[in-house]
Write a protein that binds this ligand. Structure first.
Ligand code: ZN
Length: 75
């Protein structure tokens, strides 16, 4: 899946708007390109994969911040 505008393959889940309801009926979900920030509708399956990747990235960031804040506990 690529951004139609810039060709990037990096997306994140976008916030839902009232206007997205019709898209949801067609099993589409709004995502946002991480590079050019264009909003696009993708099918639920793609959105689910993006959401999973988002969560994984957030968890890694949390772990990294925790390690930085608690260097003594690293060993
Ligand atoms: Zn883009």
């Amino acid at each position: 899946m690529e951004c139609k505008l810039c060709g990037s393959t990096k997306f994140r889940i976008s916030r839902l708007r009232v206007g997205d309801l019709s898209a949801l009926l067609f099993l589409e979900y709004p995502v946002r390109c991480r590079v050019c920030h264009k909003r696009e509708l993708v099918n639920f399956f793609s959105a689910f994969r993006i959401r999973r990747a988002d969560k994984r990235r957030h968890a890694e960031e949390r772990r990294r911040k925790y390690r930085e804040a608690n260097p003594a506990r690293q060993a």
